[in-house]
Write a protein that binds this ligand. Structure first.
Ligand SMILES: [Zn+2]
Length: 375
């Protein structure tokens, strides 16, 4: 979801809006303007923005519930079909996931009930003609919230209902199996929706695509965890890499980027102690800004956690995902940097996990001294 624009931070959670949501806004404005001129377009856009506020409130239901279990939410992304709150980790206790999954729909239910009560309309999915009146718009907003509630409760990934389904399955089977089933249901549902879209409404095709991709992403994350089971950090770290000194210039860093195939550079001091990592993205961004005076220490991502080569790979994965970090450092008993785990190294392990190098053979090519010499 890189096609999204940050709007601001609320309670430490970044609220982002996906470009397709803005396209939806534009589309509504154009259609309404065509039918009723500028005032209609203004009302249409205002209405979508109100829906947007309701979706944000829904997402904060998830965020606050997650926080109760110590799970943070780095960001919320708003899509045309709803919001996605990215949890720093998925609680593997079914009870916790169930509460977090249902907290969002609970907020939407409250909003719908309050709006239906305030406008004195009977709960229905029928969009009420606004005719420009405030009450009409509130009633229509209530209907949209009712629709959002029902849509979110469909028991298929990536909807909240899919998460609730996984949590319920999780009481009877393992987390991975429960996810696979919920993801398959989600993808099956996406096909059904896509088929309906072909014969009825093309908008359903878009929704089907989002649902399909969401279900696939969830299945992928869990598959990653499954592959990581039984592996250690040493199986998935790169050991040949260059490091950059803290005071290296932007120029030095650019040359290192071109000279190597690395996308992440550990930044070390004179004693070889790790201070952070410099990513290709940070480097390119600063280089394009034309600020040649910067030193590597200003551009790096500090606070990179370190783990030992014999720790389970799942630990490295959790560190990467929880902190949205570019890399996790691997250090030996003397605290010297011996390797790096990045999403690329883990991706390569995923792609080749049918052929696992034996520990002894892998260990031979993993001499800490050599790794540092190369640096
Ligand atoms: Zn939700």
């Amino acid at each position: 979801m890189t096609w999204s624009i940050p709007l601001g931070r609320v309670y430490g959670t970044e609220v982002r809006v996906h470009v397709t949501f803005l396209l939806l806004l534009l589309w509504i404005a154009v259609i309404d303007a065509g039918q009723g001129g500028l005032p209609a377009a203004g009302r249409g856009v205002l209405f979508v923005l109100l829906v947007f506020v309701c979706i944000v409130l829904h997402e904060f239901g998830h965020v606050l519930a997650a926080r109760r279990f110590g799970v943070t939410t780095p960001d919320i992304t708003l899509l045309p079909i709803g919001g996605v709150a990215r949890l720093s980790r998925i609680p593997e206790q079914p009870g916790q996931e169930l509460v977090i999954a249902l907290a969002g729909p609970a907020v939407t239910l409250v909003i719908a009930m309050v709006l239906f009560a305030a406008t004195g309309t009977r709960p229905s999915l029928q969009a009420v003609d606004t005719a420009g009146s405030l009450g009409g718009m509130a009633a229509r907003l209530a209907s949209v919230n009712l629709f959002l509630l029902l849509f979110n409760l469909i028991p298929a990934f990536p909807m909240d209902g899919g998460r609730a389904l996984r949590a319920l399955l999780g009481y009877r089977m393992g987390f991975v199996r429960a996810t696979q089933i919920a993801a398959s249901v989600g993808q099956g549902f996406a096909f059904l929706l896509g088929f309906l879209g072909l014969i009825a409404n093309p908008i359903l095709l878009f929704i089907a695509l989002f649902v399909y991709l969401g279900a696939a992403a969830e299945a992928h994350t869990v598959q990653l965890r499954q592959v990581a089971q039984g592996m250690i950090v040493g199986d998935s770290m790169m050991t040949r890499f260059e490091t950059l000194p803290l005071d290296a210039s932007l120029d030095d860093a650019v040359r290192a980027l071109i000279r190597t195939a690395q996308r992440v550079f550990p930044v070390v001091d004179g004693t070889g102690r790790l201070h952070g990592v410099l990513t290709q993205a940070a480097l390119v961004q600063r280089a394009q800004a034309g600020d040649a005076s910067a030193v590597v220490a200003d551009l790096m991502t500090p606070g990179i956690p370190a783990i030992h080569p014999y720790q389970p790979l799942g630990d490295a994965l959790r560190l990467l995902q929880d902190g949205s970090l570019p890399a996790v450092a691997v250090t030996d008993a003397t605290d010297q940097l011996v390797g790096l785990v990045t999403s690329e190294t883990i991706g390569e392990v995923m792609l080749t996990h049918g052929v696992r190098p034996s520990r002894a053979a892998a260990g031979a090519g993993r001499q800490p001294g050599r790794a540092r010499d190369a640096a």
